[in-house]
Design a binder for this molecule. Structure first.
Ligand code: AMP
Length: 394
């Protein structure tokens, strides 16, 4: 029997949705609503190879989800068959350590967490409320980006700052992209036919946002994002780690306000700041044309990755598997090659031919006798959310 699950990912001006049959894991519909809150928005709805689009104003998430329901009514599949709704929620704070069935108390607790994710949690909550109004008779489930990292030990999540202040404001490392790190590490173990609890893994989620995690016997023990998703690796437009003194320095020397420093580090830094482009397809073209800034940007990107892999090998006491995932990790043989070559003295031996192959399937890119196995495993956050939702309602 099919078990369609609606998955929702609500951003401030967009909603991504999918219906996945949790039994067969087939995708039944995919949609994207854009420019919520503007004079005119778009909704794109696909069922199999059929694509439908409409343009109209979506003043808020409630009206956007009403239109989504109208698209389902007109073009299918039937929303009344949906057995549950899974909501992607960015920040679960210390309260939400796992996927949670939503009730009023969960919404109230998510509201209390808004200061930790002021850009992400409000649209998430608006989406939950709109979807509950639309589908009141099924369970709604919250899947937190932070939950997979609830297992981090205190020595990994504690910042070396005054403990009273840290406690009062909930300042600690939380980690993000948890749904992807969890899914990909489980897929990696399954692909290798290894027991998840018996191997040490490093997962590099390299998309427009990027993070890396250390997973010891199936338990997350460290990750590069922190209190916010700004920390860690170099990203498309985010700086990742910088000297914490930089904020004060920019305020004093460049007369930037705190808001300006935030925008600078989140939107104008990373590969964009270094090279002028944030997309690796453009970066690779610039490098091929001999652009020195682009070349340095790539070197900085790979060096940051290398220092994280090195430190996570030390934290784990040895690693069995390194896995690349997300847009850059899945599609840039250059990034993978540069990193794995630098790790060769530590037993990561690249198979250059396998590294060049393009595929949507999990694959090995290290040689068969490489002491550490290196994989590419495509992430699929919606499928991971469907599995989480099914488990939570069962
Ligand atoms: P994501 O956030 O996982 O969707 O990843 C998006 C990023 O992946 C883009 O900004 C690009 O930098 C990168 N990307 C996507 N496709 C390719 C490709 N074919 N080659 C290199 N990089 C790619």
């Amino acid at each position: 029997m099919s078990k369609p699950i609606l998955l929702l990912n609500c951003g401030s001006s967009s909603v991504k949705y999918q219906v996945i049959d949790a039994e067969s894991e087939a995708v039944m519909a995919i949609g994207l609503i854009q420019r919520i809150g503007e004079d005119e928005g778009t909704i794109d709805h696909s069922v199999g190879s059929e694509k439908y689009s409409q343009q109209r104003a979506f003043p808020d998430h409630r009206i956007a989800l009403q239109q989504m329901a109208a698209m389902f009514a007109e073009y299918g599949p039937e929303l009344k068959d949906v057995v549950a709704v899974g909501h992607r929620c960015v920040h679960g704070g210390e309260r939400f350590r796992e996927t949670t069935v939503i009730d009023e108390s969960v919404i109230a607790a998510m509201q209390e967490l808004i200061p930790l994710a002021p850009l992400h949690n409000p649209p998430g909550i608006a989406g939950i409320e709109a979807a509950r109004a639309q589908l009141p008779d099924v369970k709604h489930v919250a899947i937190f980006d932070t939950a997979f990292f609830a297992t981090l030990p205190p020595q990994a999540y504690t910042y070396a700052i005054d403990t009273d202040i840290a406690k009062r404001y909930g300042i600690r490392k939380y980690g993000f992209h948890g749904t992807s790190h969890s899914y990909v590490s489980k897929q990696a173990a399954a692909f290798l036919e290894k027991d998840y609890s018996q191997i040490n893994q490093i997962v590099a989620h390299l998309g427009n946002g990027a993070s890396i995690s250390a997973i010891q016997g199936g338990v997350a023990v460290d990750t590069s994002m922190g209190l916010t998703p700004l920390a860690g690796l170099v990203m498309g437009t985010r700086s990742g780690d910088v000297d914490p003194g930089l904020h004060g320095f920019l305020a004093a020397q460049a007369q930037m306000s705190l808001a300006e420093v935030n925008t600078f580090l989140n939107n104008k830094s990373g590969m964009q700041g270094l090279s002028g482009v944030n997309d690796f397809r453009d970066l690779e073209k610039l490098i091929a044309a001999g652009d020195e800034r682009a070349k340095l940007a790539m070197d900085v990107y790979v060096r940051r990755l290398l220092t994280y892999v090195g430190s996570y090998m030390a934290v784990l006491g040895g690693v069995d598997v390194l896995t690349f995932t997300a847009g850059v990790g899945e599609n840039s043989p250059d990034v993978r090659e540069k990193l794995v070559r630098a790790l060769e003295p530590w037993g990561f031996i690249l198979d250059p031919k396998a590294n060049q192959e393009r595929s949507k399937q999990p694959r090995r890119i290290s040689t068969v006798d490489s002491p550490v196995t290196v994989l590419v495993v495509p992430t699929n956050e919606e499928l991971a959310m469907a599995r989480e939702t099914l488990a939570a309602i069962s």
